[in-house]
Design a protein around this ligand. Structure first.
Ligand SMILES: Cc1cc2nc3c(=O)[nH]c(=O)nc-3n(C[C@H](O)[C@H](O)[C@H](O)COP(=O)(O)OP(=O)(O)OC[C@H]3O[C@@H](n4cnc5c(N)ncnc54)[C@H](O)[C@@H]3O)c2cc1C
Ligand code: HEM
Length: 394
């Protein structure tokens, strides 16, 4: 907990720091990457840096965490920090690196706010930083321990056993160990990081959800070509190639209870849902399950046939699909034209919902679920990029 003196100072300075936090985080990254170019080249996602997404996520997290020291809400603190800790663990972040971030973040704060940063103000924000950092370090230590690895030691080489087209622009890779030993298991819904060495020498890392069930023994990921890394994987990685990946992490995991399930996805957001459904089918789960998927068309719908097969294997599962363009098809049964609409979907009492897809899609679905009386704490989601949603507290 923050000390009473620091709490007063944070209350007084939060509006000023909050207003300048985007400038501060932008300058922070510039300073840190000038001092440590290897971090920009080999650890951070340079696409997110260009688009300002990571700056936004960091700024949002710090501002939200500081505000939550004034009006405590432990559930929100846990949600925000667990998201970050899982992402950090999947990148192998180590405790010593927090001092590097601290140095450049505070240099940026002083440069942006100038004389407003008195010794008392600096001490109070220092306390907030280390409170956040120490909580993250301890959560990450817990994640490394449960994965059975030393801090940061998450990387391993795996062999591509199979590569398959799952739609016009998506390929899946089945990954297996190089020496035939079993791969660590994972929880349905989790993801792993993939690191590739790009032609200009940079090592870039991206996350991909596991689209297979833990019982398969292998890890399968499905990659939609879009930018630097996904295009690299699509064009360069084939059967028998060796790929560097992390141990699985992630906190969007299937809860082991018997609440009715609603799985809602759009586009490539189908991947964690396919993993979850494969697990439910393999374990002959008897839950009531509604599967909703929206896509541009049948040809862009990755794992289209597999989704239907999985739903057919589950005795109490129903499926609803929407394609913006039905092409020569006609709407029939569970297939409709247009965008996903919860209007016609029955939501069973006590439903637990899992969302994955573009942010505007998920926000729309969340609104519709809240309107149908699904409580916010039963709505779980995964953002396929820096998560600026949790910190915003929508
Ligand atoms: C937890 C998690 C799970 C994920 N699971 C999956 C999954 O299962 N399958 C999957 O395919 N992806 C998944 N992703 C997304 C994946 O990690 C990558 O973000 C995605 O593959 C794009 O990375 P990239 O390197 O190809 O694109 P980047 O080069 O990083 O670009 C990202 C996007 O921005 C666009 N872009 C890049 N530069 C610019 C620019 N200057 N101006 C405008 N637009 C630009 C690109 O076209 C692209 O759409 C997941 C992400 C997370 C965080
Ligand atoms: C208190 C300190 C820190 C805070 C508040 C913080 C916050 C965040 C946030 C909010 C994200 C986005 C999470 C998401 O994807 O949803 C993130 C990602 C990340 N963090 Fe941290 N972080 C901290 C320390 C560190 C340290 C010490 C390092 C290592 C140098 C680091 C490296 C990264 C990287 C590489 C990513 C992924 C970036 C990307 O994909 O663009 N962070 N962090």
């Amino acid at each position: 907990m923050l000390s009473p003196t620091s709490t007063d100072v944070i209350r007084a300075t939060l509006p000023v720091v909050g207003a300048a936090i985007s400038d501060i985080t932008t300058l922070f990254y510039r300073k840190m990457f000038d001092a440590h170019p290897e971090l920009e080249r080999d650890l951070f996602n340079r696409g997110n840096q260009k688009q300002g997404e990571q700056q936004k996520a960091l700024a949002g997290a710090i501002a939200a965490f500081a505000a939550l020291q004034l009006e405590p809400d432990q559930a929100r603190v846990d949600l925000i920090l667990s998201r970050i800790a899982n992402k950090h663990a999947s990148l192998g972040i180590e405790p010593a690196q927090y001092a590097i971030v601290h140095t450049h973040l505070f240099a940026a704060i002083v440069e942006v706010l100038g004389d407003a940063v008195t010794p008392e103000v600096a001490a109070a924000w220092d306390e907030v930083y280390w409170l956040m950092a120490e909580t993250l370090i301890s959560m990450e230590a817990g994640l490394y321990a449960s994965a059975g690895v030393a801090a940061g030691d998450v990387w391993r080489d795996v062999r591509v056993r199979e590569r398959r087209h799952e739609s016009a622009d998506t390929v899946s890779f089945v990954l297996t160990s190089v020496d035939g030993s079993p791969l660590p298991t994972f929880a349905p819904g989790q993801y792993l990081s993939v690191a590739v060495r790009l032609p200009d020498g940079a090592r870039q890392i991206r996350q991909y959800s596991l689209s297979s069930a833990p019982s398969s023994g292998d890890w399968r990921i499905s990659v939609k070509r879009s930018g630097e890394v996904s295009n690299f994987l699509y064009h360069n990685v084939f059967e028998e190639d060796i790929v560097s990946v992390s141990t699985p992490f992630g906190d969007l995991v299937l809860q082991d209870d018997d609440a009715p399930l609603l799985l809602v996805s759009a586009g490539i957001g189908c991947t964690p849902m396919i993993g979850i459904l494969s697990h439910l089918a393999d374990t002959e789960d008897n839950r009531r399950i509604s599967v909703l998927h929206a896509d541009r068309s049948a040809s862009s719908h990755a794992h289209r046939a597999e989704l239907t097969e999985l739903v057919e294997r589950l005795p109490f599962a129903v499926m609803h699909r929407w394609y913006e363009d039905l092409g020569a098809r006609r709407p029939e049964g569970s297939l409709r034209e247009g965008r996903a609409d919860l209007g016609e979907v029955t939501i069973a009492p006590g439903t637990r919902a899992y969302l994955c897809g573009p942010l505007p899609f998920m926000l729309g679905m969340r609104e519709a679920l809240l309107a149908k009386d699904v409580p916010a704490e039963n709505i779980h989601y995964e953002v396929f990029g820096p998560d600026s949603w949790s910190a915003a507290g929508v």
